[in-house]
Design a protein around this ligand. Structure first.
Ligand code: 2AM
Ligand code: CA
Ligand code: CA
Ligand code: CA
Length: 283
């Protein structure tokens, strides 16, 4: 490895802050909104400009690292250059040991509407292991950082998950996917079932920030059905390093390459997974 812990931390922070600064400058003036896979799956000029800048920036500093960005992967799939999203990610990763995952704007729909729950999410992996991640919301000046085995912080202060023991006292969050209406139907049912048991449920429109909020103890837990590795990598490391627990929706081991996630304070994890499994079976 050619990077120590401090260098890794500094590198992810630097890239996330750079992206967030561009995001802040563009906030309130989303332009050229286009659709991708469905009418809910949106991209703007800002997503593409920020990703292009961050990709070039990482490559200048680390010429032997690969950079995988959401919009680059989307372009490869939509143009037919890659047959699937996994294929496109593999193309972009070029088989390199060091790999960066970049989500230039997490919360693009919020960005388009001027809702300031938006972030740039950046993670760096070595041989398929996420070593460091940073999620920066420039509208609230909140920088979440996690380094594997070295903890998670918010603006430099150490993070710890919340202590709720039961769903009835838990504030949870989820997100609704971009596939056609049918794809959302299942999560509407999960939402309904969980809402009956939890204190309340939110859908804040940024998966990366939702994960960071679990790490910060602001949410007791979060689940979502269909995310990409750039949505998950940095935020999941924040959850883990803040003492939380992660799995897939069915309770099996978490993996950024799999689309579903359940992230909690740990204490309510089994209860939430059991409820989601039961609700999925009945849906
Ligand atoms: P985005 O804003 O970067 O597109 C919304 O539920 C959250 O899920 C956002 O963080 C959104 O990221 C993310 N997301 C990414 N891909 C998605 C997909 N195919 N369907 C739904 N949400 C997706
Ligand atoms: Ca997107
Ligand atoms: Ca995203
Ligand atoms: Ca995005």
């Amino acid at each position: 490895m050619d990077l120590d812990v401090e260098a890794l931390r500094d590198a992810v922070i630097d890239v996330a802050l750079r992206g967030g600064e561009m995001l802040r400058q563009r906030f309130g003036s989303a332009s050229r909104v286009r659709t991708k896979s469905s009418r809910y799956d949106l991209v703007t000029e800002a997503d593409e400009a920020i990703e292009a800048e961050l990709t070039a920036y990482v490559r200048r500093q680390f010429p032997d690292h690969a950079v995988v960005g959401e919009e680059d992967v989307s372009r490869r799939v939509l143009s037919g250059q890659a047959a699937s999203r996994q294929g496109a990610v593999a193309q972009a990763a070029e088989g390199r040991e060091w790999e960066w995952l970049i989500d230039p704007i997490d919360g693009t729909t919020n960005f388009i509407h001027g809702l300031p729950i938006v972030a740039t999410s950046v993670a760096v992996m070595y041989r398929d292991e996420v070593l460091a991640g940073a999620v920066f919301n420039p509208m609230q000046d909140e920088l979440f950082v996690a380094v594997r085995r070295h903890g998670a912080t918010l603006n430099g202060r150490p993070l710890r998950v919340s202590t709720e023991e039961v769903l009835a006292e838990s504030l949870l969050a989820t997100g609704f996917q971009y596939d056609a209406v049918e794809g959302r139907r299942l999560n509407v049912e999960l939402f309904r079932v969980v809402l009956n048991e939890a204190r309340n449920v939110r859908a804040i429109g940024s998966a990366a920030l939702s994960l960071c909020y679990v790490g910060a103890g602001r949410l007791s837990g979060f689940w979502e059905l269909r995310l990409g590795p750039w949505d998950l990598a940095a935020g999941a490391l924040v959850v883990r390093e803040a003492g939380g627990r992660l799995s897939r929706l069915d309770g099996s081991p978490f993996d950024i390459w799999q689309p579903s996630v359940v992230a909690t304070n740990g204490r309510i994890h089994d209860q939430l997974v059991a409820l989601l499994r039961q609700a999925s079976a009945g849906a």
